[in-house]
Design a protein around this ligand. Structure first.
Ligand code: NDP
Length: 273
């Protein structure tokens, strides 16, 4: 079975449905090696951020990869202390300089910072209009943040990157995104590892002869998301990419859908005004 590895964003460009996350991948050689290895085995999408402290290493690995820049999709994010119109424009230039790339494929507001997020969005709209970035989006935006932004924006966000797994399904936010043509990117799709031993996940994995990590990632793909697993280990980087040649049958999908428990492994943006 083969399947589209890309999905089209509202602005028309395509994004690979599997991306390598590099949060806590380490500065220096660990990130460089992970990104180089991921690209070597076929990843075409890397998700970094200013606050991860490894944009420079991501850019180096991208340039060293030998893969044409146009075939790679690179995301970075505007950190909270840089929000606001002018600070956002300056922060973008600084990220671009660290990455040492000519353009960024996707630039995200990392967090819905109260009082500054709309101004920051105007800066992203300008960067988009000027052709500095191919697509713009948000992260950690819950329905109330999205409604506010959609009411004020000239360009709607192409993407909302939020924590999603069978244990935290974000149904309301996902439904609103689907209605408005916003692609959802699932971060921490492996629950940072804390539910890889869950009995339902391991049972489904046994039944379909795949690993628990592959089950969680494939669930995300079949629920129409882009998935962003992080690993710095070559064998896991490969395992997490082998998710396009099988399907989880409907009965097993239903058992995974029943795992909702509101599990947040990182930040909780729901209470952010
Ligand atoms: P993940 O859910 O991707 O889990 C990563 C953890 O799982 C690591 O400890 C990794 O260890 C381990 N792991 C990876 N693959 C496997 C495997 N096949 N089997 C067993 N264990 C495995 O967590 P993250 O929080 O890192 O999320 C992924 C990405 O999402 C981030 O790197 C970042 O790009 C993005 N993100 C965005 C956020 C935002 O606010 N926008 C917030 C959090 C994450 P090891 O490396 O040792 O293999």
């Amino acid at each position: 079975m083969s399947e589209d590895r890309n999905v089209r964003l509202s602005g028309g460009i395509e994004i690979p449905r599997l991306g390598l996350g590099v949060f806590r991948a380490g500065r220096g050689d660990e990130t460089r090696r992970a990104v180089r290895e991921a690209i070597r085995i076929g990843y075409r999408h890397i998700d970094t951020a200013r606050i991860y402290g490894n944009e420079k290493e991501v850019g180096e690995a991208v340039r060293d990869s030998g893969v044409p820049r146009a075939d790679l999709f690179i995301t970075t994010k505007l950190w909270n202390e840089d929000q606001g119109y002018d600070p956002a424009l300056r922060a973008f230039e600084a990220s671009l300089a660290r990455l040492a790339l000519e353009t960024i494929d996707l630039y995200l507001l990392h967090w819905p910072v109260p009082g500054r997020r709309l101004e920051s969005w105007r800066a992203l709209e300008r960067l988009h209009a000027d052709g500095r970035v191919r697509a713009i989006g948000v992260s950690n935006f819950m329905p109330h943040h999205l409604e506010e932004l959609l009411g004020a924006a000239r360009v709607a966000p192409a993407v909302n990157q939020i924590e999603v797994s069978p244990f935290l399904q974000q149904k309301e936010a996902r439904a609103l995104c689907a209605e408005r043509g916003i692609v959802v990117e699932a971060y921490s799709p492996l629950t940072k590892g804390v539910r890889l031993g869950d009995p339902v996940v391991t049972a489904v994995a046994g039944e379909i002869r795949r690993s628990p990590a592959q089950v969680l990632l494939r669930w995300g793909l079949q629920r129409d998301m882009v998935v962003l697993p992080k690993s710095t280990r070559p064998e896991r980087i490969a395992e997490n990419a082998a998710i396009f040649d099988f399907e989880i049958p409907p009965a097993q999908m239903e058992r995974l859908d029943a795992l909702e428990e509101g599990l947040i492994t990182g930040w909780d943006p729901r209470r952010q005004p």
